[in-house]
Design a protein around this ligand. Sequence first.
Ligand SMILES: [Zn+2]
Length: 707
Amino acid sequence: MQAVVVTPRSDPLTDNKGLPAFDRIRAEHVEPAVQRALREAQAALDVLEARVQPTWAGLVEPLERLLDGIDHVWGPVSHLLGVCNSPALRVAYEAVQPDVVALQLRIGQSVPLYKAFCTLRDAPEFDSLSEARQRIVQATIRDAEHSGVGLQGAEKERFSAIQLELADLGTQYSNHVLDATKAYHLDLTTHAEVAGLPQSLLRMAAQAARSGEAPAEQEVDGNHGPWRITLDFPSFGPFMQHSRRRDLREELYRAYLTRASGGELDNTEIMRKILALRAEMAHLLGFADYAALSLASKMAPSVDDVLVLLEQLRCSSYESGLRDLNALRDFARSSGAEEADDLRQWDTAFWAERLREARFDFNDEQLRPYFPLPRVLDGVFALARRLYGVTILAADGETPVWHPDVRFFRVLGEDGRPVAAFYLDPYSRPQEKRGGAWMDECQGRSKLCAAPGESVRLPVAYLVCNQSPPVGNQPSLMTFREVETLLHEFGHGLQHMLTRIDEGLCSGIRNIEWDAVELPSQFMENWSYHRATVRALSGHFETGEPLPDAWFDKILAARTFRAGSDMLRQLMLALTDLKLHHGYDPAGPVSPFAVHRAVEERTLLLPPMPEDRFLCAFSHIFAGGYAAGYYSYKWAEILSADAFSAFEEAGLDDERAVADTGRRFRDTVLALGGGRHPMDVFRAFRGREPNVEALLRHAGLGSREAA
Ligand SMILES: [Zn+2]
């Protein structure tokens, strides 16, 4: 928001006081600037550790300044790596990244800082701190303790050894999954073997079959074999949906389900070791099991509470799942399929896709002309105004950007004063930009880090999407899914930007329990299923005509297609994850496969296969950050659906009611960020604790009438 201060011969990363000087930052600036910032932070940390006072001003303020100094330089570098990747930038990034991580670890595990935080927590001064400040102190102590700072002697050594071993086992596990995925392929040579496969898959498979040869002069067209099908999801998924060869579907499915479960790439023992070490680590930290440790930093109150919710969802979706299965059987039978009365795991994706085609004969491409980006943006900004009273104004040219297509916007509050700003980088640039969509913070709201003369530093966000760029005079035309994605990231952005917390360490999305972080983003997605909103953000790029009602009805109907079956699968994953980390003894006689099987028997509609070794490739929980946390996907959906239902109750088409409820959402969920416990925030908005009813209703589940 501030003007960029340009000093002659300045280093654009460290000397810049306002928003990043994206027009001047080059790869060669990265190493010297980051090293300088690290040296300064290091020196500040040495001083702080030596003279630390257990008071807000003597501990937390210098710490926030120190962390902000690192972010100021490292933030733009990380951002550019995602949106302007180049070999030179990657080399520079990799050269300094280990030092950044090492310093962050040193800060998080600093014993003098930890002791000072504990003293502050136990001092009389603590009670006079604001709730947000108390949360910062408590979260810092908790995170330090979870990284072992409170342990002594032999226990501390054991803890460090476990962490190292877990990191190593996680890498081995994920390498095995990758190698096992790569090791298998199904080579097909006749047109009969590829019957039913869509052109895009054929092209990819023909390309894969030729990958060992010299690069083809011409692009492979896919009409000529051989074709190579692999266990990579972009190949495996469409094959299971479209291949008319049941025998080949079975072969591929069995290969997929037994990845990394035998020979040199076997993950069975690694998995057992990981579970045992996690349990031991939790015990060292004083927790009953790893699930309890995981939940100690999350919103969900306890493992049992989560289990109760998941069980509620299971009961409510089971019958609907059975109806889905019967519908598949009926459809297969009416199509004359021999397997209709003996559908197996490798048949469901295929028949579900045929049924989907029969019921909803539309595809993404047909909707694109109705969603040109400029129109969609107008609609999204109008929605933000209706709900939250904010005005969003284009401010392109006010600050440098990293690519000519990037837009810059200012956000004004209800009183017309600036409250935030954001960059929007909408289009895909495969040569230099990471795939997917995300929101990240450019700078956070903070009183402490305000520039001289300012009362508070205002938050600025990066919104990054990857949709098709404009072609010729035609604007970027979005799929419905891309519209949903934009709303999702905009929701994250609003929580970052509309925060009213002045404490930099917990404003916006900072310090929010991570099973609650997806609440505002998924909440915003709900509006893409509201007729009036979709009318307002659609407009044919040639005629201006909004999306016709008939199309919208199909979108609505497709939303709940096989929702019961999808829910059951997600519950199977979430329950397996929790049961392996709660009340399970990895050293005992029961194998993890038996735990998984018991969950499958309650959640899946077809009998589990005895040779199922899915756990050997469940990287989310064995090699990713989702251990005893996979439930978070459903948890956040429960919250966001329940929040949206407050608007439904008030009346979605009653402008006054929508505005009142929107202001309440803004003043609670969006404004309070990590400054208050998310359960208290939710209660403040909803007047009660969350429940699963809205999620079930939106998915068309939970009652017979909903079928
Ligand atoms: Zn998200």
